[in-house]
Each structure stands twice: as C-alpha cells, then as structure tokens.
Design a protein around this ligand. Structure first.
Ligand code: GLN
Length: 471
C-alpha cells in the first residue's frame, strides 16, 4: 500500500486514542444533531465499537478513521434511502465499491447523512427527514444536496465524509459549512452502488476539513472498477503537488463573476491578492459559452433523471402502496405517494425535453452546448493551469427561502455545474469568514489535475487556516 499523502488526521498519527476519539465524536453528534439534523441514520455505539476494534487491526491508511456517508451510497448493513420515501427501510444487498475500499483501508462507517431526495436540490430541504440546518447559522441552509455531509464535518461529527456531486452537491455544502470538497475528474471514482440521478454528470466525491485529509480520502476511493464501465483504466496516485507560481497561470472567468454578493467578492479578491503576492500570474478572461452552462446542465440532468427514476414502479423497485391492482395502478400510486414534489417535477420536465418533437429543441441542443463548453475549456487550459472562481453567488439563504421558487434555487448552482458538464475536477475550500459565514472559493483544472488543485488549495489553506470543527 502506498502512503502517498501525509496524513493530518490526529487519530492516524496516534495522538488520539481511537476509542476516546469515537466517543468524542458520538458526544458531538448527541450535542449537535437535535439542532442540525445532518444524519439520517447513526449506527449504535456497541456496533461501532466492534467495528472499530476490527478495523484497527487492518492497519490500512484509514484505520480507526470515522467516516460519514451520504444516504445515496449503498451500504449492505445500514439503510440507504437517498432520502426518498420510495426507498424508506431499504438495505441494499451489496456495498458500493467506494464503501468496500473504505472498509479495506480500515475506516469505520458511522452513519448515513441527510440530503435532498435523490440528490436533487441545492439546500438539503427536499428530504423526508426534515431539513439540514447549517451549524454556522441554524436557520440557514447548509447547501445541498450533500448538506448533511458538510454539516457533520463542520461540527466534528465525523473525520471524513462522502457525498455525491452532479452539479455542485459537495461544493455548495463545503462553501456554506467551511469545509473542503473535491468533485473529481469524471471516471476516476466508481459509481457502482451510487443510487443514480444523472449518470453522465455525477461522481461520488470526498469531503473533509483539510486539504490533506481530502487528498487522503480521494486517493482511497479512486481507481478503475470492472463493475463500472465508465471508470477509466488509469491507476495513479494523486499526491499534493508543490506548485511553482512562476509556471502557473490562473484564469478568473468573467462569466463566473456575475451577480456575486459583495462579501463573497471581498474574500475572493483578497485570495487573488494573496496568490499574486506568492508570484502567480492571474488574468481575467471571458468564455462566452459558460453563459449556457446552467440551462444545459438542467436539461441534461432532468433528462437523465427521468430515465433513471423510471425504475421505481413500486412493484419491482421501490416501496409498494398498500392498496393497488395491477402493474400500472401500483406504479402510479407508488410514484404519486412516495416521490417528493421536486423529484416529480424533474421526472416530468425530463420526459418533456426527451419527447419526440421536442428533444431536438432541448436535449440535443443541450448536448451540443455541453460539447462547446468542454471544447472552450480545453482551449483555455492550453494557456492556463487552473481557474479560480467563487462557489455560490449568494451567502447561505434562510431555510424555506428557496423552496417557493425552484428556478431561484437552480441559480445557486451557476458556478458549479460547468465542471460536471466538462468532466473536469473542481475543488472548494474556505477562504475566509464574513458576517459570521464561511466563504468558499473554487479551483478547477484540466482532467486529472487533482494533484495540482490540492497543491494550490494548500497554499491558500496555509494562509487562511482551517476553520472547522465548530465548538
Ligand atoms: N443542485 C443541483 C441539482 O439539483 C446539483 C445536485 C447535485 O449535485 N446532486 O441538480
């Protein structure tokens, strides 16, 4: 086993007794969960202690490390519901590949985190478990859809966490909770065992409190998987690169700066000055095609969602209603009863953009825009080694505020969806605090540039410091 990344987790450095450490985490969960509601399920203490004893013997790169997992990633001994009543009570017959990898390396899976139903949302409010509250501001959203994973890390309810990112779902929560997250290059992490939303866009994604921990988790879960034909046969480690400022040109994209909150801008430009003082060259450039990222993303995501979710018929897949007769009656009743409003909307919209007669207008056009966006970024990366941008145009909204108007919620993703359309890696980290809110910045680079992004983020982290867990 290669220990590619120096570990910052104290439990791994033997500075903490692993059993005390577990108890401390459970203590924090007891203290914070009534206010934050970030876990959908927490394993009981007895089972966790057993797991810990067994996992410590493995001596893997995560031995004794406590990991929280988003509720749409399959675990064979814990419920996996994707926060949908359609799947309540479901315990998968197998583990996701990423779970197998975590267990192999000695991790202890503490529980499943709350999220938007089927990962559709930006606020972690579309959930039958009740909304996730942001530990920094209890009546604000923690972002979504992996808001539970972000919130748990922010208050110290786990060492590391997994989320999934289809259009920003680990990055928005990271920005809103003062944690770090990586949406990896498409195809570097297996999706086997991830309950699908939009296959061509999403990746299971690591979340942590420090860049080192993030790199460690990414290196644990990445890799080719014969069970997922979209994984790439590239077996390499992604250590944290030492980035040479003299050889690194960074682009700020004008189209990703529109309508951004003043406080967020302040932190963003402070970060730019900091990087300039390190000797980086930073230019403002324009990529017109990025104006179409958001509409292209939502058309493609909804199209894929409608075809993915067609499997839930309440007969073969998903929960069955008590009273129904025949396949179509049972399917209609189960879907009517168990899917939430946002999920129903997306299935209908997705079916619409795929309909004969409309698909050329919408779906086919969106895929063409996607190609345009991907090509213009590839061109940019000939001259620039990375892009830096804000993560969200706004501070964490109050809970309830975005629910009335889904389009307003969709615009929260305007800076994050581009990386999913292009399949490139994107890392979010905290860069400061303003009016009591942590503010994130986003790094993007060409495919497979994770090591460089870790290196760039480390430079900022060394200056800004680590801002969670909260007390
Ligand atoms: N908010 C976006 C959506 O609802 C992204 C969600 C995600 O990344 N899973 O589609």
């Amino acid at each position: 086993m290669i220990q590619a990344v120096k570990v910052s987790l104290e439990v791994l450095n033997d500075r903490l007794d692993p059993y005390d450490h577990l108890e401390e985490i459970l203590d924090k969960i007891n203290r914070w969960e009534p206010k934050v509601n970030a876990y959908a399920y927490v394993e009981n203490m007895g089972k966790l202690k057993e797991d810990l004893g067994r996992q410590l013997k493995r001596k893997g790169r995560l031995s004794g490390v406590i990991v929280a997992v988003k509720d749409n990633i399959s675990t064979s001994w814990m419920p996996t519901t994707a926060a949908s009543r359609m799947l309540s009570g479901y315990i998968p017959p197998y583990n996701a590949t990423v779970i197998e990898k975590l267990l192999y390396e000695g991790a202890v899976i503490i529980g499943k985190t709350n999220m938007d139903e089927f990962a559709m949302g930006s606020t972690s409010e579309n959930t039958p478990y009740g909304p996730v509250h942001n530990p920094w501001c209890l009546d604000c959203t923690a972002g979504g859809s992996s808001g539970g994973s972000g919130a748990v890390l922010a208050y110290g309810g786990a060492d590391l966490a997994l989320g999934s990112d289809t259009g920003g779902s680990v990055r928005l929560p990271a920005a809103y909770t003062g944690t770090v997250a990586l949406k990896p290059t498409y195809g570097t992490v297996s999706r086997y065992g991830l309950i699908p939303y939009a296959n061509s866009l999403e990746q299971i994604s690591p979340m942590a409190r420090t860049v080192k921990d993030l790199a460690l988790l990414y290196n644990t879960i990445k890799g080719d998987d014969p069970r997922d034909s979209t994984t790439l046969g590239v077996e390499q480690e992604y250590p944290i690169d030492r980035v040479d400022p003299g050889k690194t040109r960074i682009a700020v994209i004008r189209e990703l700066m529109d309508g951004v909150d003043e406080g967020i801008l302040k932190i963003f430009w402070n970060t730019i000055s900091l990087l300039e003082s390190h000797g980086f060259t930073i230019d403002m450039v324009s990529i017109k095609s990025l104006r179409y990222s958001l509409p292209a993303y939502y058309v493609i995501a909804m199209a894929e969602a409608s075809s993915n979710l067609a499997r839930y018929d309440g007969v073969i897949h998903g929960n069955r209603v008590k009273e129904c007769r025949g396949y179509w009656d049972c399917a209609a009743k189960a879907r009517g009863e168990y899917f939430g409003v946002e999920v129903k909307t997306r299935i209908l919209m997705g079916a619409y953009v795929l309909m004969e007669g409309y698909s050329r207008e919408y779906y086919v056009k969106a895929t063409k825009l996607r190609r345009l966006i991907r090509d213009s970024l590839a061109k940019l990366f000939k001259d620039y080694q990375a892009i830096i941008s804000p993560v969200s145009p706004i501070l964490p909204p109050k809970l309830g505020e975005k629910l009335e108007d889904p389009v307003k919620m969709y615009t929260m993703d305007v800076m994050t969806v581009t990386a999913n359309l292009a399949g490139i890696p994107a890392l979010v980290q905290p860069a400061g605090i303003i009016s009591g809110f942590p503010i994130g910045i986003q790094w993007m680079g060409p495919v497979f540039s994770e090591s460089r992004l870790f290196g760039l983020a480390s430079i900022v982290e060394d200056e800004v410091g680590v801002i969670t867990p909260l007390q």
